[in-house]
Design a binder for this molecule. Structure first.
Ligand code: KE4
Length: 424
């Protein structure tokens, strides 16, 4: 809106911050829109600087599973802040959050706190390379593991599994060790391991792919991935930055019964403050400095405010009714799908736990190639008309819709009413 405060802030921001945002997807380029500047969040709602209120299905890209400004989380942060914001020395809450994470996921015997999901995945990869003495990494096309160089690899020509840099600034040499395979394709993965198995340090995967929209693992897929890593002595890294404490309290690994060697976390474990973590078998984690010889560090790792926010969040989630939330989300998605089908558009809305993603596609979506076939123009139409009615969806067909424990039946109904009014 040209005369809105958001627009004015965006004009100012673009003169000072690349693209006017501090993370690209917030710019809303994929949906031909300008970003809204947010003044506050409360429960399932956001209010922008122009005083407009929205029902939020982005939830800061995942962290706000309890909703915005949960009183217990806010109080914990305020109490911690009154005692100082950073000590550069250990604090008791680092131990408490480590206990909470390791208790929730049996595969995580030890854990190191960092400040983002990117730090978590880059550190986990370094550890896997040290533990195995190997250099190659396997990742799936369409999965996102943060912006550290080794993960910014694009598919090379044809069916080549070798990568080319996914962005300028990443040397060819850095992604030369990154091998790619389509998600949900065990045959392709088998071929990669057959060709390079003895050189592969790790395979990193989002157990539920939530960075190309929401792509669920096919029957037996994760079991096959686990078996291949075991067969060739590669470490299996579950990137649970999104699914950790969202797919279930114990993460996707609990939901699907798969034991990875290392797990990475982010988002929810910080309760909205900057926290990432990586953890796994003690025999591996003991290699991390200063106990071991694999260097990893961070000035603000284990920050007392972030630990307090994460702890307050997990202490509530530990007894939250995830099944009830999933039932609500599935009922909402079923009605949303029926409304959109009634408008004659092709629509798939895969759902898992409190995540969902509308793909304007007639075919089920099982990998990135399927995602790329979905109708982005229809998504943009949907996004714009929903936002105009106060429904704040992820501004990209390649992101996942998120629901919180704060979303009410009225929020779902208002969202469905808005969808009924969309014109394609
Ligand atoms: P951060 O460095 O952004 O904290 O985490 C990187 C990351 C790692 N692994 C997974 C599975 C992730 O989803 C992410 C980050 N997720 C995106 C949104 N899907 C962050 C949003 C953004 O980049 O602004």
């Amino acid at each position: 809106m040209p005369n809105s405060l958001s627009h004015q802030y965006f004009i100012q921001a673009q003169a000072l911050i690349p693209g006017g945002v501090n993370s690209p997807v917030r710019a809303c380029h994929n949906v031909d829109s300008e970003p809204l500047f947010i003044r506050k969040g409360e429960g399932a709602h956001l209010t922008d600087v122009d005083g407009r209120e929205y029902i939020d299905f982005v939830l800061s890209w995942g962290p706000m599973l309890l909703g915005h400004a949960h009183p217990a989380v806010t109080a914990a942060i305020q109490e911690a802040a009154a005692r100082g914001t950073s000590y550069g020395a250990p604090c008791a809450d680092e131990v408490a959050l480590a206990e909470a994470v390791t208790a929730a996921l049996p595969s995580v015997e030890m854990v190191r706190m960092v400040n983002s999901g990117t730090e978590a995945t880059m550190s986990a990869l370094r550890l896997a390379r040290a533990v195995t003495g190997r250099s190659k990494l396997v990742k799936c096309i369409g999965c996102y593991h943060g912006h550290a160089d080794p993960f910014l690899a694009a598919a090379g020509s044809g069916l080549a599994t070798f990568s080319i840099p996914g962005t300028p600034g990443v040397p060819d040499a850095v992604v030369a060790d990154t091998l790619l395979a389509p998600y949900n394709d065990l045959d392709a993965l088998e071929a990669v391991f057959a060709a390079h198995g003895e050189e592969i340090a790790a395979l990193i995967i989002e157990p539920v792919a939530a960075n190309m929209g929401l792509v669920l693992p096919g029957e037996g897929y994760l079991e096959g991935v686990r078996a291949l890593c075991t067969k060739y002595g590669a470490l299996l890294i579950f990137d649970e930055v999104i699914t950790g404490f969202r797919a279930a309290f114990g993460g996707a690994q609990a939901r699907f019964g798969i034991t990875p060697d290392l797990t990475t976390f982010g988002k929810i474990i910080g309760g909205g403050l900057p926290v990432g973590a990586f953890g796994g078998k003690a025999e591996y984690m003991r290699r991390i400095a200063p106990q071991g010889d694999v260097y990893q560090a961070g000035t603000l790792s284990g920050n007392p405010l972030a630990m307090a926010a994460g702890l307050a969040t997990l202490n509530i989630l530990r007894t939250a009714d995830y099944a009830a939330l999933e039932r609500k989300v599935r009922a909402f998605v079923a009605e949303l799908k029926a409304i959109l089908e009634g408008k004659g558009v092709p629509i798939q809305i895969p759902t898992l736990a409190s995540m969902f993603c509308p793909y304007f596609s007639a075919e089920p979506v099982t990998c990135f190639a399927d995602v790329a076939k979905a109708d982005a123009a229809l998504f943009t139409t949907f996004y714009k008309q929903m936002r105009a009615q106060g429904i704040y969806l992820a501004p990209s067909a390649f992101e996942t819709g998120m629901v919180s424990f704060a979303h009410s039946d009225d929020d779902f109904q208002r969202t469905l009413d808005a969808a009924r009014k969309v014109r394609f």
